[in-house]
Structure formats: structure tokens, C-alpha cells
Design a protein around this ligand. Structure first.
Ligand code: AMP
Length: 299
């Protein structure tokens, strides 16, 4: 089964204490789509401007990503720039140029409307609603978000939570949403807002799932060097959804293992700027890190 992914398709200029890289392929949907493509067919819904480099289109294609739903509009591609502090955890946004994103209305091609697995990657909640409005009874819908939408679009976001199966957010966003310091208390409160599955990401400390079968503590793959963590969260949820879409059996039966695959895919993302390392990853490299994580967590 395939995954439909909607989100930002961007050019990212990223600065770390060690290096600076302008206009890399980025955006929540790009990271999630490439991650998911290791496991299942992917349909990408997004918008880019006429300045979007052809080599990035080729890169999506190389990963077998269906681009029928990628709109190319007159104007500039969404451009985001961020700078990391020495600890590589704290990041500040230097620039956000919306470009063609400002007037983006996602239009789903007919075939995309029947995709069983849907990932509403980080994008304005109103656009996430608009995609759901066009879908014909998807099997499993997961949404991601960011602090910006909690600040400026809380009503839309709360309405969205009633329409989705799973919600993925990081620990600071969970605190912002629920005002709870305790992650388990926050999970409980978020369930009450609608989603059956809630995943709180804790960066290099992994993530926690709360679902119908209880909680699962998913580790992050231990990395000794992080080059650029941009898109790690998107790679995590993209990898998880890609794995779920092809796994046999129910979501309940597979979601823990799917999170491990997402976690491993995200680890590759952190080892290079933008998507540079992820695109060189092979399925067998993913499998060997999954085995390592299995050994590290067995007791
Ligand atoms: P993450 O590191 O998982 O938080 O995701 C970083 C990605 O989010 C980058 O590739 C950016 O292009 C993208 N991004 C940054 N700001 C926004 C925004 N306002 N809406 C959608 N995507 C964004």
C-alpha cells in the first residue's frame, strides 16, 4: 500500500557551528517522502516555484516518488533558513520566505484521493484539513505539527485532532499544547483531544507512543556525531508511515516496529546536511541499525 504525504517542499539554508550550506532540498514533505520511500510507494503533494532546481525533481524521481501532486507555480520556492547552536539541539529560524507557499491550495489528483495511508506533515493545519476533505476514507491518518501553528492556528489544529488517527509532536510542543511538564500526563490529555495514537518525540532521547495497546518507549539510534538534525522528525514519521503501509497486519501489531524503522531512518538524516546522507542510505544499512537497536534494548 502507498502513503500520501503533504507538507512543505522547500529550499533550506542551514548553518551549524562547523559549516554552512545554502539552498539544500528540504521541507517536511521532502524529508518524510524520501524516508517513506525506503519502504513503500509515496505520493507527494506540495508546491514549488519555477526556481526549484531540476536536480531536486530528479532526486525525488530516483526515489520512485510520485510527483503528480507536486504543483510548479510561477514565483519562488518556499525558503527556510536556520542556525544551530554548538550543542546541535537548539535551533533558531533566521528566515522564512513563503514564496509560492503563501497561496498554496493542495489539489489531489484523482488516484491520490484513494491512498490508504496519509501523512499530514508539518504545514498549516488549514491545509491539512483541506487535504483530508479530499480523501476517500483513508485507512490511517497521521499529522505532524510545529510550535508556529500552536501559536497562530490553535483552533484549526484542535479541530484537526478530531479527524486523525495519530498525532506526532515534540516534547516542547506537547508542553505548549497541554501545559503539562510530565510527558505521560501530556499524552493522556492529547488523547482526550481526539487521536487514538499519540507520539511525543524527544530528539536524541527517542520517542514515546501511547496507543490502544499502551505505551512504547522507542529509542533513538545512538550517534556519536550529528552533522545536521534538520528534518529528523520528518524522517522519523515518514519512515514510520512507509513501514506501516507495507507491513502485513494491523497498525496495532506493527506500530512499535514501524517507530524503530522511523528512528533508524532519522539517524541517517542527522549524519549529513539536508538530505545528503539519507539519499545515500540503503535498505540493508537500515536493517543493520535496526538489529543493533534490538540488541541495545533487549533485556
Ligand atoms: P524539523 O527539523 O523536523 O523540525 O523540520 C525542518 C523542516 O521544516 C525544514 O526542512 C524546513 O524547510 C521545514 N519548515 C520550516 N518552517 C516551516 C513552516 N513554517 N512550515 C512548513 N515547514 C517548515
Amino acid at each position: 500500500m502507498s502513503v500520501l504525504i503533504v507538507g512543505s517542499t522547500a529550499l533550506d539554508s542551514i548553518k551549524t557551528p562547523k559549516a554552512e550550506n545554502p539552498r539544500l532540498l528540504g521541507g517536511s514533505a521532502s524529508h518524510a517522502a524520501v524516508a517513506a520511500s525506503f519502504f513503500s510507494p509515496v505520493k507527494l503533494i506540495g508546491v514549488v516555484g519555477e526556481d526549484f532546481p531540476k536536480k531536486y525533481i530528479s532526486l525525488y524521481r530516483k526515489h520512485g516518488i510520485d510527483l503528480t501532486g507536486l504543483q510548479i507555480e510561477p514565483g519562488k520556492t518556499f525558503h527556510w533558513s536556520g542556525e544551530y547552536e554548538l550543542n546541535m539541539n537548539n535551533r533558531r529560524t533566521l528566515l522564512t520566505e513563503l514564496g509560492v507557499f503563501e497561496k498554496f491550495t493542495p489539489h489531489l489528483p484523482a488516484a491520490a484521493k484513494r491512498t490508504p495511508f496519509v501523512l499530514l506533515a508539518n504545514i498549516a493545519p488549514a491545509l491539512q484539513h483541506h487535504v483530508l476533505d479530499q480523501m476517500a476514507r483513508p485507512k490511517f491518518v497521521v499529522a505532524d505539527t510545529m510550535d508556529l501553528w500552536l501559536n497562530i492556528a490553535m483552533d484549526d489544529l484542535v479541530k484537526l485532532l478530531k479527524r486523525i488517527d495519530g498525532f506526532v509532536l515534540n516534547d516542547s510542543e506537547a508542553h505548549q499544547l497541554t501545559k503539562e511538564d510530565n510527558v505521560f500526563a501530556a499524552l493522556k490529555k492529547i488523547h482526550k483531544l481526539g487521536p487514538k495514537y499519540v507520539i511525543i518525540k524527544k530528539g536524541s532521547h527517542g520517542s514515546i507512543l501511547s496507543g490502544p495497546k499502551g505505551c512504547f518507549i522507542c529509542p533513538a539510534y545512538p550517534l556519536h556525531t550529528v552533522i545536521d538534525p534538520t528534518g529528523a522528525g520528518d524522517s522519523f514519521v515518514g519512515g514510520m508511515m512507509g513501514y506501516l503501509a507495507t507491513a502485513r497486519g494491523s497498525v496495532d501489531a506493527n506500530i512499535r516496529r514501524a517507530m524503530i524503522y522511523g528512528s533508524v531512518t532519522a539517524s541517517f538524516c542527522c549524519e549529513g546536511f539536508g538530505l545528503n546522507r539519507t539519499i545515500k542510505t540503503t535498505r540493508s544499512q537500515i536493517e543493520s541499525r535496526v538489529k543493533e537497536l534490538e540488541k541495545l534494548t533487549r533485556f
